[in-house]
Structures are given as C-alpha cells and as structure tokens.
Design a binder for this molecule. Structure first.
Ligand code: NAD
Ligand code: MG
Length: 395
C-alpha cells in the first residue's frame, strides 16, 4: 500500500491521478489533496478518496471550503497556506507525491517532497525549469526518486536502458533524444494570420485535453521549449543531445536513438493516465483505464522539423537552456505573465513571444546558486514582463 499526496488535485493531471488511484484502492491510499479556487470539486474529491488533509493554497476560499465540507460530509482536516502545502508534501506518512500544481507556484511544495526523499511524480515542469541543478542536487542528496509524468519524458524514461546513469548518454550508446510534439493547433495556419489568433482558437489542442496554461504553451510551442529544458535536467543531457520532432498525431510520445541505428519509441493513445499509472506503479504496471492503441485505425504517422518563425518561443527556450539557470528561470516567469495577460485579453498571441524575448533582453546576466536567488529572479522577471506589457499595450 502506497500513501500519496496529490498537489494540484483539482487540475487536469490531478483529476487523472485520482482516476487512476481510485481504480486501485488495494494499492494506494490518499494522504492529502490540494487545490486553489475550485473548492467544491476539491471537497467532492475528498468525499471520494477520504484523505487525512485537504489543503488550500491560501485562506481566500476557506469559508466556502468549510461549507462544502459540511455539504459533502468531509471529515478531513482543512489546512491552508504555503507551509501547509509543503507539510503535506514532506510528511513522514507519505511515500509518493504527485507534483501537479501549475507554474512557479508548485516549486516550493515540490522541492519539499524532493528534499524529504519522497518518490516524486513530476508533472510540474516549471519547478524543474526554474530550479534545475538545485532540484537535481536535492534529489541526489535525499535519495528522492524523480519519475517524469510529462508524457514525453515518461516516454524517454521508458526508452532508456534500465542501467542508464544520469548524464552518461554516450556510455549508454545514445546518439539523440528525440523529443516529439504535435505542433499544436497552428501547425498549418498561415503565418500572416497569426496576429488574429483568438483565445478560443489557442485554447483548443488537437489531441490533448489539459489545463489552460499548458494548452496555450502548446499552441506557442513554449511547452516544447520548457520540455527541452526539463529533459536536459531530468537525464543530464546537453542541448545538442536533444532534437525536437513534430509528430502531429501524438501517438509516439518521444524516442531515443542509439548509435547502432536503433530508435526506441514509446507509443500510446494521448491520455495522461498512462504516464501517471507508470509513475505510480513503477517498476510494475497497472491498469490505467486507457483504451489500447488500434493500429488498424491509424491512417497516418508523420513527422516534420519545427520552424522557428512559427514557434519563436521554442527557439527562445533552447537559447535560454544554453545560456543557463537565470535565463530559464526568467523565461518561465515572463511566459507565465504573458500567457495570463493573453488569457485576460490584454495582449495578442504573437505578443507572448515578444514579451518573453524582451524580458530576457532587458535583464543582465547573473549566476544563481540558491533557491532565494531563483525566487528573486522569478520575481524580477515578472516585474520586467509586466512593465513591458504596460508600456507596450497600456493595460
Ligand atoms: P491545471 O490548470 O488543470 O491545474 C493546476 C492545479 O494547480 C490545480 O489543482 C490548481 O488548483 C492548482 N493551482 C493553481 N494555482 C495555484 C497556486 N497559486 N497555488 C497552489 N495551487 C495552485 O493544470 P494541469 O494541466 O493539470 O497541469 C499541471 C502541471 O502539469 C503543469 O505544470 C503542466 O505543465 C504539467 N503537465 C500537464 C499535462 C496535462 O496533460 N495537463 C501534461 C504534462 C505536464
Ligand atoms: Mg508534455
């Protein structure tokens, strides 16, 4: 029996995690679930999985949460605030933590789980993009096992040799990590019409159903950029070990190419319950409730190279990855600001990459070596990005 905490339980990954967990009551017990604004959903989840703690990010929704707790007969203790999020991530009773808060907000609770030596199921890629070496070093020190939940990294993990050692790609005969991505909804749209892309158009992914922020990141391919950085940290790879390949059908979730000419791919229907089940049960396999692939139904299996003119955010992310930690932290922060302003209707789709680029250009190079410095860079980049948006778009 494994005891788990689900950070970000009310999100797309959180809901899929509880779906898999609820299929295996003999294997998993839920210690805590956390959420932000969707308190009714959070309490319905608590009614179904009976955790010991339900945690809110802050006390804004506490009264509402208490009322829903009464309504749904939830007896779990309700906590709120940043410290409570960290406490349920590192509590002694917990074996595994699903890190599924979106964005920088997930950094500290995810790190708390890492430092406490938990099995960490990492969906929250922004936490790793922000803190890179500190995150990986903390895991090495505590013995925490990091299991990638991002479908691409989960695929790469599955395609690596069992005895793969962190950063030793050539010793394992690896030539390239082939990071696949669908190319999003605008893969074939004329570049001239990009400036008229609407929020609704950008919020509709052709293959995956996901949270709002990652859906926009997929449309700009910033998601693939963040994943590029994530892959470097997860496997100890260098930027030139990784190649991004567009595969519009999202059936191959990524591949590893070996020096003998073999390419090993992991495939499956685009359903996050597969990598979630893999992470939960590793090294075993459990039923995830995912429909089997039907090869007879697959008409096409195509691939192409991404064009940076169409996806400037992808280029920015690869450049930031080569530049170092401060750049990736800042890019992540600027992008969170830009995406939220896009979703609020303040800036256009193409402005997201412009804000990101300008934020990086306006900030001087520094080196960062502590979490406090990372948080400072994150804050500073947000201020710069907001100023750019205010200056340019007067909102
Ligand atoms: P989502 O928006 O659906 O859910 C986010 C969760 O975080 C919610 O539970 C929300 O309550 C919580 N949250 C939001 N702001 C918070 C704050 N300030 N403090 C505490 N909690 C907060 O997002 P998602 O699509 O489930 O993605 C979650 C993470 O997983 C992201 O980092 C994303 O990049 C990654 N991921 C998602 C998918 C996917 O298919 N959805 C795939 C791969 C990776
Ligand atoms: Mg992914």
């Amino acid at each position: 029996m494994q005891t788990i905490t689900v950070l970000g339980a009310t999100g797309s990954i959180g809901c899929s995690t509880l779906d898999v967990v609820n299929r295996h009551p003999d294997k998993y017990r839920v210690f805590a679930i956390t959420g932000y604004a969707q308190v009714e959903l959070l309490m319905k989840q608590a009614q179904a999985c009976a955790p010991r703690f339900v945690v809110l990010a802050d006390d804004n929704y506490l009264e509402q949460a208490k009322q829903y707790a009464l309504q749904y007969g939830v007896t779990a203790e309700i906590l709120c605030g940043a410290k409570a999020l960290e406490d349920v991530a590192c509590a002694a009773e917990v074996d595994a933590v699903m890190a599924a808060i979106v964005g920088a907000a997930g950094l500290l609770p995810t790190l708390a789980a890492v430092k406490a030596g938990k099995k960490v199921l990492l969906a929250n890629k922004e936490a790793l993009v922000m803190s890179g070496a500190l995150f990986i070093d903390a895991a090495k020190q505590s013995g925490a096992q990091i299991l990638p939940i991002d479908s691409e990294h989960n695929a790469i993990f599955q395609c690596l040799p069992e005895n793969f050692q962190y950063g030793k790609l050539s010793a394992a005969g690896i030539q390239k990590i082939l990071l696949t991505g669908s190319g999003g909804p605008f893969r074939q749209r004329s570049l001239e019409s990009f400036s008229s892309i609407t929020i609704d158009e950008a919020s509709t992914h052709p293959n995956w159903s996901m949270g709002r922020k990652i859906t926009i990141d997929s449309a700009t391919m910033m998601n693939k950029g963040l994943e590029f950085i994530e892959a470097c940290w997860l496997f100890g790879a260098k930027a030139n070990d990784i190649q991004v390949v567009i595969h519009p059908q999202s059936i191959i979730h990524s591949m590893v190419q070996y020096i003998d000419g073999s390419v090993i791919a992991q495939m499956g229907n685009p359903d996050m319950r597969t990598p979630i089940a893999y992470g939960l049960a590793h090294p075993e396999r459990i039923d995830a409730g995912v429909a089997p692939l039907d090869f007879a139904e697959m008409a096409n299996f195509t691939f192409q190279t991404p064009c940076y003119e169409r996806y400037p955010n992808l280029k920015l992310a690869i450049q930031a990855c080569e530049e170092g930690q401060a750049a990736t932290t800042r890019l992540n922060a600027a992008n969170e600001v830009a995406v939220s302003h896009f979703l609020d209707g303040h800036i256009g789709f193409c402005d997201i990459a412009r804000v990101n680029e300008e934020t990086l250009n306006q900030m001087e190079q520094v080196s960062v070596s502590s979490i406090q410095q990372i948080l400072d860079q994150d804050k500073a980049a947000r201020t710069v990005a907001v100023d750019i948006i205010r200056g340019k778009f007067a909102c």
